[in-house]
Structures are given as structure tokens and as C-alpha cells.
Write a protein that binds this ligand. Structure first.
Ligand SMILES: Cc1cc2nc3c(=O)[nH]c(=O)nc-3n(C[C@H](O)[C@H](O)[C@H](O)COP(=O)(O)OP(=O)(O)OC[C@H]3O[C@@H](n4cnc5c(N)ncnc54)[C@H](O)[C@@H]3O)c2cc1C
Length: 408
């Protein structure tokens, strides 16, 4: 038998050194080759490539399928397919949006197939009008991701560079190159920091996760927390529960969302849910004894900051710069439509819709349901603005039947 297999190896002309090396490689590395773009596709041009599999990327893939784009005409790239930062970093956080909006998101795409999900997730049984831990929406979103991943051409890798020529986008990844007529960037954002030296930084993903925080912070620590947003308040209550002393440096006073019948004042910037309740009680009504609040322009700033041995920067987020796109001016995008360039679009936390509310405050729309409704509005424009101008949905359905023959 051994001789027979040696014969077949020789017949296939596979070099023996390659066989030897493959025997030494762990299964996980070998498995990765199934995600190798070169093995799959040999430069077949996709209609659409979606980069990022957080909530925004999930919404785009679902809505492209709903619009009859052939599954094999959609490429989907993410290094993990674990529901983005929501699934990997923010899951322990109490949400600032209500359960009914998460359910609306999950039911907004036919391709999500959520109504036929065999698992009855906890989210389905929470009161519609309450907020919840984000992990309760991550679980169903992971189920949706797994469904979609099997339908479209998914690649577990990171896109590194985009180039545009002859109406085609070349997407360079760590595993090879893919080509597409249209690319959607749903790459998310990362926390900003301030250029101050001294205390050790506690990353936001650690401060929002009590288990991780307990490993890096104790009651002996004095922690500077910059900011007064939702994330800053989560930092304050988690640090309070580990018993740390906190100096909260703020620029603006706490701001709460105000609910009117048909709109919300400070919808994206005001505190909501548990963070709002906690802040009202423990900061505005009676400041907790372990917290000192200091305006950043206070003349004692330097002296007080020097007392801190750790620091949390909850001062906002900036678009992830994981992809180089030469000649595209820092990925400037139209804040109404998400259009970056012909056939290049942005959505989600990295490219949110900008809008003025009823009283003229300009805000960025961030949140799952907002991504979904924005997408529903802009997708027809994207089809029109596609780098392959003139394609109608009808033509896309014709492509579907042709491309379905390609093996996944
Ligand atoms: C603390 C906190 C609490 C929040 N709470 C809520 C809430 O209660 N309700 C709500 O609706 N929203 C909430 N949000 C806002 C928002 O919905 C989430 O931040 C959400 O994760 C954003 O989704 P996204 O898909 O845009 O980005 P992400 O979730 O960050 O996903 C981006 C994905 O793109 C991938 N990616 C990035 N670069 C590349 C590349 N070059 N190649 C391939 N893949 C790449 C990443 O690996 C990631 O998987 C919260 C945000 C924060 C920070």
C-alpha cells in the first residue's frame, strides 16, 4: 500500500519535499489554503467585493443577494468572520439601542433567512423596548454570517491595497489578488488616542470587558479617563467596580439623548440606556467618591494627570487604515451616499451617513439599524454609480445563472 501511494505521488509529479513539508504543517495552516484566492478563482472578475464582515458588511452582502446579484458574483473578505468589532470587542457592553432595532436589522434582509433560524436566540425573548448586552445580538449575527458565508465566495484574509484601472478594482489581499467591478468598504473604526506620554494605556476593548479589565487594573491604580461619551461612561462604571480611583478629564458636559414622539435629540452623541441611567445617578446627581471630574482646560490638569499610572482614551473613533488606496485622497466619501469613487463605496462605522437633525445639529449615524436603512437608500445609487455603468438588476440575474456553475 505504501508503495502504491508512493507510485501515485510520483505519477502526479508532486515533489517529495512538498509532501514532507505538508506532513509537518499543522492542520490549521493547511486548512487556510482553502481560503487562498489563487486556488479558488484565477482572477475571475466579481461584480461586487465586500471588505469587512462586521454588521455593516453583513448588511451589504444580504442586500446584494436580495437584489439578485448572483452569489458567486459576490466576494466577501474578512480575517475572522466573527461579526467584526461588535462580535470580538464590544459584545460585553450594554447596548445604546433597543432590542426591537436589532430584531428589525435581522429581519431586514430576505437572504439573512432569520425567520427560519433553527435556534431560538435569547434576543427574540427580550423586551422590545429595552436595551441589552450586545452579545445577545452577536449570537444571531454570527448565525447569519455563517449562512451568508456559505452562499457567496468568502475569503478569510485581509485586504491590503486597492488599485483601479480599466473600470476594474484590483483588491490585493494577504492571500492573493481579486478583481471586481465594485468594492464596498465596511472596515470599521478604531479608538482614537491622545499624544500624551506617561501612564500606561488601557485599550478600550479591555476597559469595556470587566474580565479583561480585572487582569490589568486593581484598586491600587489611579486611572485617567478622557471623554464623556457612551464608551467613557462604560469605562467609568467598570473601573468603579474594580475599585480604581478615577480622574475623568472631560471637554464637554454629559449629554443625554432626548426622546420625542418621532425623533431623538442627540441620537448619536447623547447617552442612552444603562450608560445614561448610570451617569445620571452616579455623576450628575451625586458624584461617586472614587471619581474626580476635571475639565481639560483646568489649570491643575498637568499636576492631576501626573498622578495617574494608567489611562483610558474614550475620545472617539477613526476609520481603520487597513487598506491603501493610492490616489483617493484619504478615502474621502460623500456623506450622503457613501460613494468614494466609481465602483468604490463605504458604509458602517468607517463611513457613516452624516446628517443634520431637526434643530440643525450635525451628527454621524452610527448603529446597526441606521447602517441598514442607509444601505436601503443608497444601494440603488450604488448600482447606478457602479464602475460597470449601465448594468441593471436584470443583467445581474443573468450573470447569476452563468456563475453559479463555478465551484465554491
Ligand atoms: C462600545 C461600543 C458600543 C456600541 N454599541 C452599539 C449599540 O448598542 N447598538 C448599535 O447599533 N451600535 C453600537 N455600536 C456601534 C456600531 O454598531 C459597532 O461599532 C459596529 O461594530 C460597527 O460595525 P461595522 O461593520 O461598521 O464595523 P466593525 O464591526 O468594526 O467590522 C469591521 C470588519 O472589517 C474587517 N476589516 C477591517 N479592515 C479589513 C481589511 N483590510 N480586510 C478585510 N477585513 C477588514 C474587520 O476585521 C472587522 O471584522 C457600538 C460601538 C461601540 C464602540
Amino acid at each position: 500500500m505504501i508503495i502504491n501511494s508512493m507510485k501515485s505521488i510520483l505519477f502526479l509529479k508532486i515533489p517529495l519535499w512538498a509532501i514532507f513539508i505538508s506532513l509537518l504543517l499543522p492542520a490549521s495552516i493547511l486548512a487556510k489554503t482553502t481560503d487562498d484566492i489563487r486556488n479558488h478563482q484565477d482572477r475571475q472578475i466579481k461584480e461586487w467585493i465586500v471588505i469587512g464582515a462586521g454588521p455593516a458588511g453583513i448588511a451589504v452582502v444580504g442586500k446584494l443577494l436580495d437584489a439578485n446579484i448572483g452569489p458567486m458574483n459576490i466576494g466577501w473578505i474578512d480575517p475572522m468572520f466573527k461579526v467584526g468589532d461588535l462580535g470580538t470587542k464590544w459584545y460585553p457592553v450594554s447596548s445604546n439601542t433597543k432590542v426591537d432595532l436589532f430584531l428589525k436589522f435581522l429581519n431586514a434582509s430576505h437572504a439573512f433567512n432569520y425567520k427560519n433560524c433553527p435556534t431560538d436566540f435569547k434576543l427574540n425573548h427580550l423586551p422590545d423596548d429595552s436595551t441589552c448586552l450586545l452579545k445577545y445580538v452577536v449570537d444571531p449575527l454570527q448565525w447569519v454570517t455563517n449562512q451568508l458565508k456559505q452562499k457567496v465566495h468568502s475569503f478569510k484574509t485581509t485586504a491590503t491595497k486597492l488599485k483601479y484601472s480599466n473600470n476594474i478594482w484590483e483588491v490585493e489581499t494577504k492571500n492573493g489578488i481579486m478583481l471586481a467591478k465594485n468594492v464596498v468598504l465596511a472596515i470599521g473604526s478604531e479608538p482614537l488616542t491622545l499624544p500624551l506620554s506617561g501612564p500606561k494605556i488601557i485599550p478600550i476593548e479591555n476597559v469595556v470587558n470587566l474580565d479583561l479589565l480585572k487582569k490589568s487594573c486593581t484598586k491600587e491604580d489611579t486611572v485617567a479617563v478622557f471623554g464623556s461619551s457612551h464608551t467613557a461612561i462604560i469605562a467609568l462604571y467598570n473601573l468603579t467596580s474594580v475599585g480604581a480611583k478615577i480622574i475623568n478629564f472631560y471637554r464637554s458636559p454629559l449629554k443625554y439623548a432626548v426622546y420625542y414622539d418621532d425623533w431623538i435629540l442627540y441620537d448619536n452623541t447623547g447617552l442612552k440606556g444603562y450608560s445614561a441611567e448610570w451617569a445620571k445617578k452616579n455623576i450628575d446627581e451625586k458624584l461617586l467618591p472614587n471619581i474626580e471630574r476635571v475639565h481639560i482646560n483646568d489649570k491643575r490638569f498637568k499636576e492631576l494627570f501626573a498622578k495617574c499610572n494608567k489611562v483610558v482614551y474614550a475620545v472617539g473613533f477613526k476609520r481603520r487604515d487597513s487598506i491603501q488606496v493610492p490616489n483617493h485622497d484619504g478615502l474621502k466619501y460623500d456623506e450622503n451616499t457613501g460613494v468614494i469613487a466609481p465602483g468604490l463605496f463605504g458604509i458602517g462605522f468607517a463611513f457613516p451617513k452624516g446628517k443634520s437633525d431637526k434643530v440643525g445639529n450635525y451628527e454621524y449615524d452610527v448603529g446597526l439599524w441606521k447602517f441598514m436603512t442607509h444601505l436601503e437608500n443608497v444601494l440603488p445609487l450604488w448600482f447606478h454609480n457602479s464602475s460597470n455603468l449601465g448594468h441593471s438588476n436584470k443583467e445581474y440575474s443573468i450573470n447569476l445563472s452563468v456563475d453559479n456553475n463555478i465551484n465554491n
